[in-house]
Design a protein around this ligand. Structure first.
Ligand code: NOJ
Length: 570
């Protein structure tokens, strides 16, 4: 599934090193959140993505909600989270589970009310947790009043807010563009005898960003939420904002069909048009007025493309996600080294994710079926100690497993139905959060909207909180370290022992302090003589490790999948 889902987004995307500037006030060990303050707060914050349907259900309807999230804020604070990104919770027909918005300035009754949102925001603030919302910029729902008006007549006030065109001929869409979610990207509407364009589902018509009124209305949406206390947005599908006005056909890249039975196109004329950067600069200008952050859903082919999203002089998205990191799909020190070096050469601050609601969970991508918990800790130790901002995905911290549907009839995600069995959709990575070992994993008292994976008995928050060796306790320890250690906060990324094919190791160096991270990516014990002298250090002293990992001066021994994080000494 992952390959196909990823390729959908890759198709959608057509396929100076800077030093972390230290904040003015240094963090103290006792005030974790002081590291995530000031205008660059997002550089030192840990973000946590919540899929609201699946996080916590407060009213027993089987679907998570905002009050559910509020009830778990203590958990998130204790875990070490500074900001939560909530995927769309606005009114929506839920065809794409919220990514089809019918009102940008309200809350879907399924998730609660604006008052519930305000309560969540104020409770989060008390705990120094910021709120990031998901801004679906490319399209609305076909039930949004703008679209309902737009489709009502060719002369309606909102006609030009969407992309309407005549067909090439009877029954023929305007060009060959295919939707990322299957079928033609054009839908005929008999009311006005024209086609409208939708990059995603037909129920998600694309907005016409060439119309200044669209821009103004959408920019105002961000002001509305900033004024309600939101600290930023994750920008959905930014690549798809503009299309070639001449509607040039996309080239077919190779013969054959994709999972949806469509020709395999390069999205040359309907993604990544340069105009997107004007919009991003505009959004950033407003964000800056509120010290807010913009996170980009940026599927890029390489770092050069990623750099475009940072913008010249970093005037676009502060945190464009580096999805190439998620594509290192094996425990390969060499491949990780390469990708980490690349992102450290980018023109902006790195952003790391290992899982999200569109891709197979990291637990399954890296797990070997035998050492999955150890490997989950290994991955945590990796992306939470790198130079850059990590975005966690709910459930990753307890080792949640991807659990795809086994029968087509069970599938909730529409692409899983149209693409079955090649594309099973994204239900597997969106299953309910596993809070405890009681019925429905403590997620709901009702019938959960997606089945709870059987692993909830062994992998849940309650159980793991009591087990010092659990994945959860490891996450908490790394996050504590990350928030308090100067070198991890502000240090350079300096690879070491780069010729070692089995252990990935690097230093984080800041002023005269240093930390080493060594990760055994194999199932056999490893020894490593750290090359510290060139950096003015001679030894490493353990800060955090797993199993029997140990250091004797600069000599490390690591058990299978062992982790060693140590402070460097002269
Ligand atoms: C990207 C989102 O992450 C995905 O879940 C959604 O289906 C598409 N954009 C369309 O909004």
């Amino acid at each position: 599934m992952k390959g196909i889902v990823l390729s959908i987004f890759l198709i959608a995307a057509s396929i100076v090193a800077i030093n972390a500037s230290p904040q003015k006030s240094s963090p103290t060990a006792s005030s974790r959140t002081s590291t995530a303050n000031g205008p660059d707060w997002w550089k030192h914050a840990v973000f946590y993505e919540i899929y609201p349907r699946s996080f916590a259900d407060s009213n027993g309807d089987g679907v998570g909600d905002l009050n559910g999230i509020t009830s778990k804020l203590d958990y998130l604070q204790d875990l070490g989270v500074d900001a939560i990104w909530i995927t769309p919770c606005f009114p929506s027909p839920q065809v794409d589970f919220g990514y089809d918005v019918s009102d940008y300035e309200n809350i879907d009754p399924m998730y609660g009310t604006l008052a519930d949102f305000d309560n969540l925001a104020s409770e989060a603030k008390k705990r120094n947790i910021r709120i990031i919302l998901d801004f679906v910029v490319n399209h609305t729902s076909d039930q949004h009043p703008w679209f309902l008006d737009s489709k009502s007549s060719r002369s309606s006030g909102h006609r030009d807010w969407y992309i309407w065109r005549d067909g090439k001929g009877p029954g023929q869409p305007p060009n060959n563009w295919v939707s990322g979610f299957g079928g033609s990207a054009w839908k005929f509407d008999p009311t006005t005898n024209q086609y409208y364009y939708h990059y995603f589902y037909a129920q998600q018509p694309d907005l016409n960003w060439r119309n200044p009124a669209v821009k103004d209305a959408m920019f105002d949406v961000t002001r509305f939420w900033y004024q309600r206390g939101v600290s930023g947005f994750r920008l959905d599908a930014v690549d798809t904002l503009f299309e070639d006005p001449n509607l040039t056909d996309n080239p077919i890249v190779r013969p054959g069909k994709n999972a949806f039975g469509d020709p395999i196109e390069k999205n040359q004329y309907n993604t990544k048009l340069p105009e997107v950067h004007d919009v991003l600069r505009g959004l950033r200008k407003i964000a800056d007025e509120y010290d807010a952050v913009l996170i980009g859903e940026t599927w890029t082919a390489d770092v050069a493309e990623l750099n475009q999203y940072y913008g010249e002089g970093n005037n676009e998205v502060q945190l464009p996600m580096d999805f190439l990191f998620t594509m290192v799909n094996k425990l390969s020190p060499a491949e990780f080294r390469k990708q980490i070096a690349e992102i450290n050469s980018a023109s902006g601050w790195p952003t790391f994710v290992i899982s999200n609601h569109d891709i197979v969970r990291s637990y399954d991508r890296y797990g070997d079926g035998k050492h999955n918990d150890q490997i989950a800790k290994l991955m945590a130790a990796l992306y939470l100690t790198l130079r850059g901002t990590p975005i966690m995905y709910y459930g990753e911290e307890i080792g949640m497993k991807t659990t795809p549907p086994t029968r087509k009839e069970e599938v909730q995600d529409p692409i899983g139905r149209t693409g079955w069995p090649k594309e099973k959709g994204r239900d597997g990575e969106r299953t309910p959060m596993q809070w405890n070992a009681s019925a429905s994993a403590g997620f709901t008292t009702g019938k959960p909207w997606l089945p709870v994976p059987p692993t909830y008995k062994t992998h849940n928050v309650e159980l793991e909180s009591k087990d010092p060796d659990s994945v959860l306790e490891f996450y908490k320890r790394v996050l504590r370290l990350r928030h308090t250690n100067q070198a991890l906060l502000y240090g350079s990324y300096t690879p070491t022992n780069e010729d070692n094919p089995k252990v990935l190791s690097y230093l984080r160096l800041y002023k005269d302090e240093g930390v080493v991270v060594a990760l055994n990516m194999t199932q056999t014990p490893q020894k490593l003589s750290l090359k510290l002298k060139p950096h003015g250090f001679t030894s490493a002293r353990k800060l955090l490790s797993t199993g029997s990992s140990a250091a004797h001066r600069s000599e490390l021994s690591l058990p299978p999948y062992g982790i060693f994080i140590g402070e460097l000494g002269k």
